[in-house]
Design a protein around this ligand. Structure first.
Ligand code: UDP
Ligand code: GLC
Ligand code: MN
Length: 333
């Protein structure tokens, strides 16, 4: 099994918190595969040390950026050009097969059975199910494929400005050729689906193996009170009333990543002082519970409608199921 690995990516200290939690969750569920993380030079030394406590391999790669502002603006995610850095994962030829996972995914069960699948296996994207979502995929490292992907990126660009558009163009037969390459949705359950098809979520959600915090606001953008085990936000913030997976992410952080960080001396070792202030204070150099730099909590209803129509629902915030239900209830009354 030493030649198979789970691989993730972080280009900064923020996504590194996600990578730490993902790695911890894979270990908690007793994976027998190696854990590798691609980092870029922007990741701090302190965070790199933290990653080394969880991952077998912490690699440094160059940033690849599409700089494709037109497509990225269409997607309302100007920061995603750097996701082309993900392509480096094909260069990890020390492994014969890998599963790439976004740093904003969390594993809820052992998923080593994914290594029985072939390149390129992935789950449908909830926004356009004829495309696969590139947050979780099975692939075979190969310098040849790596070169072809880079060439395609340079010559054609990506229809979404990020890796997902490019990979869907490259592996264009995914939608039709081989059903075994369609991973069940429970291997990449995006939290957005909870309310876009709530009955299905109620029927099948309990089987979820991987949850993907797809979208602009990530779990580490919230603050967490370890005493009450609750995610805190503004009193009116509907995300706080939708906390199941969010709470699990933070729980994994405090049980799986925090002890190692404390052992390393990166965080003060005083569990009794782990109040909200204690956590954010002691870990200020890891800037826990930061507010999202790109999130815009107050958007006009026009802009919200536009985002919604482009599939950019703020599922953790204004467009949460609870908010939608409240709105529907007022109509019904
Ligand atoms: N990523 C990164 N730095 C960034 C943006 C993205 O390292 O500034 C990596 C990270 O692994 C992340 C993945 O690229 O999980 C894809 O981005 P994201 O998860 O934000 O996209 P989404 O799934 O929300 O569309
Ligand atoms: C998607 C995927 C993410 C990818 C991004 C850019 O929404 O979830 O993994 O990096 O698009 O293409
Ligand atoms: Mn993601």
């Amino acid at each position: 099994m030493a030649d198979e690995a789970f691989v993730t990516l972080t280009t900064n200290d923020s996504y590194a918190k996600g990578a730490l939690v993902l790695g911890s969750s894979l270990k908690q569920h007793r994976t027998t595969r190696r854990l590798a993380v691609l980092t870029t030079p922007q990741v701090s030394d302190c965070m790199r040390k933290a990653l080394e406590t969880v991952f077998d391999e912490v690699l440094v790669v160059d940033v690849l950026d599409s700089g494709d502002s037109a497509h990225l603006t269409l997607m309302k995610r100007p920061e995603l050009g750097v996701t082309l850095t993900k392509l480096h994962c094909w260069s990890l030829t020390q492994y014969s097969k890998c599963v790439f996972m976004d740093a904003d995914t969390l594993v809820l069960a052992n998923i080593d059975d994914l290594f029985e699948r072939e390149e390129l296996s992935a789950a449908p994207d909830p926004g356009w199910p004829d495309c696969f979502n590139s947050g979780v995929f099975v692939y075979r490292p190969s310098m040849e494929t790596y070169g072809q992907l880079l060439r395609m990126a340079a010559e054609q660009g990506s229809f979404d400005g990020g890796d997902q558009g490019l990979l869907n163009t490259f592996f264009s037969s995914w939608a039709t050729a081989d059903i075994r390459k369609h991973l069940p949705f429970i291997y990449n359950l995006s939290s957005i689906s909870m309310y876009s098809y709530l009955p299905a979520f109620k029927a099948f959600g309990a089987n979820a193996k991987v949850v993907h915090f797809l979208g602009q606001i990530k779990p580490w953008n919230y603050t967490y009170d370890p005493k009450t085990k609750s995610v805190r936000g503004e009193p009116q913030d509907p995300a706080v009333s939708h906390p199941a997976f969010l709470g699990l992410w933070w729980d994994t952080f405090t049980t799986g990543a925090l002890p190692q960080l404390q052992e390393l001396g990166l965080v003060g070792a005083a569990p009794s002082a782990l109040t909200l202030e204690g956590v954010s204070g002691a870990m200020s150099h890891l800037s826990l519970g930061e507010s999202p730099t790109t999130a815009q909590p107050f958007v006009s209803s026009e802009e919200r409608k536009e985002r919604w129509e482009q599939g950019q629902a703020d599922y953790m915030g204004a467009d949460s199921f609870d908010n939608i239900k409240r709105k529907l209830d007022t109509y019904l009354q």
